[in-house]
Design a protein around this ligand. Structure first.
Ligand code: GLN
Length: 295
């Protein structure tokens, strides 16, 4: 079968799927299976595709049509210009999260230009936040923690993929993962699970049926992890260190208040490209050590 005909079949299979971009998805999947880039697909419509690849392509498009997330099919998601390997068991990186990473990169440049800076990311998932900071800031020494094995495995694969040596990964329940290190951090980042438990069933099929519940479920009010992290962070964050979270669109005020109540200063809420609250950050007013103490 020719590339064009096969693409058309693929698009027909998934065109009724909500939240999908059928032409792009079919093109990218075929490019992946043929090991070429998408421009090749556009410019070689008359090329013949061998039978086993035709079969594989149609099989995967059917899986996609059933609501399976596209990014798990191709085991890839681009984030901050980097191609992350992903698989079931880690949340698919969202472009909204780039807001948090961009803020941290700029903050590092402003405050710690070319100086060593210790950063802790809690709940690494695919490593999107931790690894992109480590990739773009070689003066950063990044520590990543996750309680589950799959995120640690996937983050290690990505660490190899991007050839990073300035990141260390640990297994544990939030701070418990690094408490043995006896280390203080200049910056703590986290995109914890934040969906209120009862809202999970209302999410799109791709998310609720295939993405890890453990990465979404933030307890009854969705705020469970913020409470713990804000409270416990004071033992690990340097005085004047930065704590920065991704949040759900309607959690900005609550998380900001929680931080102010725990002596954080300069608390700010940042919006995403849609104008929705997406990030809350603040500076530790109490804490241990001082922020230019590089131990
Ligand atoms: N942004 C994700 C979603 O809306 C949730 C991620 C999270 O809970 N940290 O599906």
């Amino acid at each position: 079968m020719e590339i064009n005909q096969l693409l058309k079949k693929g698009v027909d299979l998934i065109k009724d799927r909500e939240y999908s971009n059928p032409v792009l998805e079919a093109t990218l999947l075929l490019a992946e299976l043929l090991n070429v880039d998408k421009i090749y697909i556009y410019t070689h419509g008359r090329d013949k595709v061998i039978e086993p690849i035709v079969d594989k392509f149609l099989e995967l498009m059917k899986k996609r049509a059933s609501g399976y997330p596209f990014q798990y099919l191709i085991n890839k998601k681009e984030f901050m210009g980097l191609d992350f390997y992903i698989e079931e068991g880690v949340l698919i990186p969202r472009s909204d999260t780039e807001i948090l990473v961009e803020y941290v990169l700029e903050y590092i440049d402003n405050k710690y230009k070319d100086k060593p800076v210790n950063i802790l990311d809690l709940g690494i998932g695919s490593g999107a936040i931790a690894l992109s900071i480590a990739y773009y800031k070689r003066n950063a020494i990044v520590y990543g923690v996750d309680i589950y094995d799959t995120p640690l495995k996937v983050s290690r694969i990505n660490k190899e993929r991007f050839k990073l040596s300035n990141i260390n990964l640990f297994k544990g329940d939030l701070f418990q993962g690094i408490c043995g290190l006896n280390r203080k951090f200049h910056i703590i980042t986290s995109n914890p699970p934040y969906i209120p438990k009862k809202d999970i069933t209302t999410l799109q099929k791709e998310v609720k049926d295939h993405e890890p519940k453990e990465a979404l479920d933030g307890g009854e009010d969705g705020l469970k992890f913020y409470k713990r992290i804000i409270h416990e962070s004071k033992n690990y964050l340097m005085k004047n260190g930065l704590l920065i979270f991704e949040i759900g669109y309607d959690q900005g005020k609550q998380v900001a208040n929680m931080m102010m109540n725990e002596n954080f200063k300069n608390v700010q809420i940042l919006q995403d490209l849609q104008g929705l609250d997406r990030v809350v950050l603040g500076i530790n007013g109490k804490g241990v050590g001082i922020d230019n103490d590089f131990n």
